[in-house]
Each structure stands twice: as C-alpha cells, then as structure tokens.
Design a protein around this ligand. Sequence first.
Ligand code: PMP
Length: 306
Amino acid sequence: MPVQPVEKIWMNGSLVDWADAKIHVLSHALHYGSGVFEGIRAYETPKGTAAFRLEDHIGRLFRSAHLYHTPIPYSQDEMAAAIKETIRANGLSHCYIRPLVIRGYGEMGVNPFDAPVEVSIAVWPWGEYLGEGALEAGVRVKISSWKRNDQNSLPPAAKATGQYINSVLAKMEALHGGYDEAIMLNQHGQIADGSGENIFVVRKGILLTPPLWAGCLDGVTRDSVMMIAQDLGIEVREDNLVRSDLYHADEMFFTGTAAEVTPICEVDDRMIGGGHRGPVTKEIQGTFLSAARGEVERYSGWLSYV
Ligand code: PMP
C-alpha cells in the first residue's frame, strides 16, 4: 500500500521534513531487526482529532522495548505528547501513526547494547488496510504453511521489527495464491493470528478468539472488540481454535489497528457463513467504528484528543 507523504516526521526529539527522515545503512536494526514499533490510528471526531487508545499502544511499545532491553529515552507521557505534536504539525484530521524505536548506527555485530537508541514517529493518511471495500465485502484468506514465531524463539507478545519477517513470509504466500491475507497456526497447529491482525470466530452466537498464549499479539483492537461484544450482550470466550473451527464458523473477522474490523468471507476456498459480512460482525464493526469516531459516550475514555 503506497504511503502518502505528509510534511513532517518526528525524529529523536524534533520535527524534520518528510524527505529528510533518514537513517544510516549501517543502522543495527536494518541488519538484525533490532527495533520495536507500534501502529495506532487517529480518527476525526465531533470534538476534533483523537488517537484511539493511545496510552495502551504506548504501553505496549514500552513492554516490547523492555523485552528487548531497549531503553527508550523518553517517558510514556513524552511519547504521547510527541505523537500529538506530529499529527498537529501535519494538520491531519485522521491518520495512521507509526512510532518506531530502533538500535541505530555506530556498532556492528549482533550485540546491540552499544548501538544508540533512535526514536521516530511518522503519520500518514491510510485507508482500508486489506483493500478498498474490504470492511463491507470481507476478505479471502489462506491458512499459511508458515507457522507463527514460537514463544521461545521470537515472543509474539512483543511487536519487534525483526519478528515481522515471519508475517512477511505468510503474507507473500497468501498473495501469490490469490488470497488477501494469511492466517498463521502456532507450532501446535492451533490458530494464532493473521499476518497483522487478531482473529475472531462467531459460532452459535458466541464470539471465540484464541488466547494470548496461542501466540497472537495482545491486540488493542482485540481487547476493544471483546469489551464491545460483552457490552452488546454477546458471550465472549478465549479458547484454542483449530482449522476446522474456522471452516465451520458462522462468521469470522479480523481485528487490528490497520484492518479495524474486517469480515472474512472465505478460508481456504471454503465460504464462511453466507460468504459476506454477518450480522454479529456488522454490529461489532459498527460499534467499534462509532466508538473510534467519538460517537459512543460509553467509550469516550478510549480517545486522546490531539
Ligand atoms: N497481530 C499481529 C501480528 C499484528 O501485527 C497486529 C497489529 N498490531 C495485531 C495482531 C492487531 O493488534 P492491534 O489491534 O493492537 O493493532
């Protein structure tokens, strides 16, 4: 998906022109994947632009950094302020936000400890992640032959740049096969998540999603959707799922900051439900998007005004 350039990017404490936001080719993270990052969205609301669950995303960024012994030279409050400043500087009413913390230039070799930590924040307008119209029409997915990173190899609880080469393999395989997205199994053959989304199944009116220990990311959208479903009176269960649970689902959808709530209409060439966005998916998706756009008082605590 092409990135639409805007004016400024925040780099190590100051705003620089978009075209000048550069790093050295010998940056540690380029060679060894030693970076952690976040993906956040800001929405246009009746009271102005608001970042969705900003503190939760920044919290996860710091947890990822902690896991990889990466000291972020700013506080969580300073990161939140910098994100808001970057959105304001670009005059955007809604956008995707990409904070990135890397081990930078100065040292080579696997040891990251002496490589400087560099922090950047980029924002740009981003539409429907899984394709124009996907939020309504849904997507076709394929269970990948690539397994999700194992807990004891590359911990899926961390959002680290190097770990995403696992997702990249799965995504390429799915696209080569003519599908929109991949679903990854863990080393035990249970459903983990998509290449960049969590997964939900609706079966007999109950909402099911894999537990975090299945190897999925602790998704902020996942958490929001679980809360919304409960508030709508829908029973939610975290349970291990196998591939036949997907083939026999009444409805299925992905959740993610980029993907928001995207219906899944087909898995491995098997139609799910009626092959289109189901009623439970539609209700949850509608409530989620209304909450993000500041239209639901109950969820106003999820918004950080820019
Ligand atoms: N799983 C993976 C592998 C992801 O990359 C993402 C996107 N961050 C998600 C799930 C969804 O997480 P969130 O809702 O916090 O964006």
